[in-house]
Design a binder for this molecule. Structure first.
Ligand code: FES
Length: 196
């Protein structure tokens, strides 16, 4: 018991120390103000990726684990990341691009923390799904397929999410919402913004 409390206190002290004395670390308070959440700077992200590349360089099948790591760190394999991997791992950029576009695990552009997947299948469409979809685009200020600048939302559509009885329906991440109207949108967005 006392040991767990000691460890928790130590971690808190370390976090607070970094919080105040590491000027290059991008940080923020979570909305609940219960914890300090750290984000890596771009420089730190590339350092982390370089560490993985160094571990795998020269080994068979090095590209896949490096790309998985890059996807986890950056949330996508964009052009700059492809160039970085190519330069440090010593493989062709075209090869990296080929792998990134072949496997659905990889994306070329970043996706948001919350993926809004509005169903535009027939059952939903005839019950006004397009209006709900348009309202999300309007309130978030993005076009379908885009991600908000704060990285919180990506807006996408689906042909059927298997909840036709709830039409018009959509999913945000793993959560299903049904019987939507454009008037539902503000509250749903606010809910996810509050979580941060
Ligand atoms: S058509 Fe929308 S859930 Fe099936």
């Amino acid at each position: 018991m006392w040991y767990n409390a000691f460890v928790a206190a130590s971690i808190t002290i370390i976090k607070i120390t970094i919080f105040f004395f590491h000027p290059s670390t991008d940080y923020y308070y979570s909305k609940s103000h219960k914890e300090v959440v750290f984000r890596m700077t771009t420089e730190q992200k590339y350092e982390k990726l370089k560490t993985t590349i160094d571990q795998w360089k020269g080994k068979d099948g090095a590209l896949m684990p490096v790309m998985h790591e890059a996807q986890d760190i950056f949330g996508c394999i964009d052009e700059q990341t492809q160039e970085f991997i190519s330069e440090h791992l010593g493989c062709k950029k075209s090869q990296i691009y080929g792998v990134a576009t072949f496997y659905s695990r990889f994306t070329l552009t970043g996706r948001g923390k919350n993926i809004i997947n509005c169903c535009l299948g027939t059952a939903c469409y005839v019950r006004g799904a397009q209006d709900v979809y348009d309202e999300f685009a309007k309130q978030l200020g993005i076009q379908p397929g885009e991600t908000t600048q704060d990285g919180l939302f990506t807006l996408e559509s689906a042909r059927c999410i298997g909840c036709c009885g709830l039409a018009p329906a959509m999913m945000i991440n793993e959560e299903v919402y049904g019987r939507l109207t454009p008037g539902s949108v503000t509250e749903i967005i606010a809910k996810y913004r509050a979580i941060g």
